[in-house]
Design a protein around this ligand. Sequence first.
Ligand code: GDU
Length: 598
Amino acid sequence: QKNLRILSAEEIGLAKMLLHEGQKHLFEHWPEPGVGDEGKKSFFDQISRLNSSYPGGLVSYIENAKRLLTDSKAGKNPYDGFTPSVPSGEVLTFADDNFIMLEEAGIKEARKAAFVLVAGGLGERLGYKGIKLALPVETTTGRCFIQHYIETILAMQEASCRLAEGQCQVEIPLVIMTSDDTHAPTLKLLESNNYFGMKSTQVTLLKQEKVACLADNDARLALDPNDKYKIQTKPHGHGDVHALLYSSGVLNIWQRAGIRWVLFFQDTNGLLFKAIPASLGVSSTKGYHVNSLAVPRKAKEAIGGITKLTHADGRSMVINVEYNQLDPLLRASGHADGDVNCETGFSPFPGNINQLILELDPYIEELRRTKGAISEFVNPKYTDSTKTSFKSSTRLECMMQDYPKSLSPLARVGFTVMDTWLAYAPVKNNPEDAAKIPKGNPYHSATSGEMAIYRANSRILKKAGVRIADPIIDVFNGQEVEVWSRITWSPKWALTFNDVKRKLKDECSVSQRSTLVLNGQNVFLDNLSLDGTLIVNSIDEAEVRLMGSVQNKGWSLEHVDHKDNSIPEEIRIRGFKIQKVEQLELNYVEAGNFSFKP
Ligand code: GDU
């Protein structure tokens, strides 16, 4: 009461709201006015931020928390009454006629797309000190994830515009969701690299705020143990992206600019953009409001399973069921063995890789209704089975893939399954944890992430007719992987399978120990036989044909140990270092037609 006179009208309003919501304890220790007034002011600054960054404000947060904590204490399963079954979706076969048609449709549509990258996570499981977007996708070229994403979006923009009738001056927007943990280094990485060729106005960074921690089952907010005027906060999860897109107003700007599709993706999947053209093609040809990308999933693999849930009351939805919930859900509904592989060697539930394509108009309509709030959950660690107190404070969390949960049953929700080798190779696990993963299951490490790039590029060229040598098996940081020829290309060289085929003029071959780097839009492989390292850099205006036999000592992979601190962390987490012994490097910096033949 006495402190009221030092508060502004807005602060008094917030204080009344907190008292009404059962948060009296936040003020009980407050001293007389004149003592700690600065702390009291900063308390309200924080409360005001927490209030404005959550859809419906702190009142909604506390009410939602009370409800979810009561359900959790009662042991209520969020899937009570729902029976899981295997949904049907689009299953694509790489390089068949349908796939090629969808890729072309997707590239055509790309000029009506906007991309949203969720990159607020610290990646605790990887244990890497920097931001994950700064990690190299592969160490042959050293291009980092954000560079790869931006260059691919720019290449799609150009390719899509080429297909447009009349003038096309599209700039595909990119939103990056950051957090307090990642915002400053992400901005620095972009600024110090000139946004990797994108216009800075094309990129919008939206920072997610943390949410208040909860101290007990009555949803009393937890005070920071080191600061009695501060609420303890923790991340709310990648589901924040919907509320942020809504409140920032970018969705309306996009709608006015004629954008039709919003593509969400995660921080470290170097293969993802190989799957984007075809899946965007699926969205546009099928008219899906929601399209989730999926891959065949090994039972118990740490990715959610796409599941059809049918309720006793007739409701049904196709939704991601997170990996830790799928097994108990199956067991509770008559599948005694839970989440197990079927005769294909995979779980019958496709794995969600958290790449979502939403159609903008119905998305905006839904967000106007929900303000971006999506289904949340709480995961308190109780001190004992009475479930009366927590070991440490908890908070509400949310996931972006839960967006379809609030949609009407009439919404067109689908999914697209693609081969894992083509679409999914995230970098999430540290070397120790990856080495413990049983052989045959994906490691999701920096080692497997890089090897997956070489495997995919090799397999794509092989499918297009290049003679690619078989891979060898090697072990890096305790993980057994296939090592294919180290083939990489810039997104300008090829975005689709048809692009790759157009770049092959005659029979070519690449040996297993070879490295091939293709940087340039008009570089053609014409009767090339490579045994060693060949790097080609060329401007768009040069047309280059590579012919004949190139042979040199090349680049080799040298084993390194992840515990060897003398090697930079982004290298040693892979378990190998590239030894650049000898290479042929060709640079074409002038317009014209060139043939290279040694
Ligand atoms: N992220 C945020 N803010 C957060 C938390 C995470 O932006 O508060 C971002 C991360 O930076 C990352 C993405 O969200 O880009 C995903 O985070 P994780 O890699 O930690 O996600 P998980 O592995 O726990 O799981 C998610 C989905 C799963 C499955 C899997 C596939 O929840 O269903 O699809 O990714 O990679």
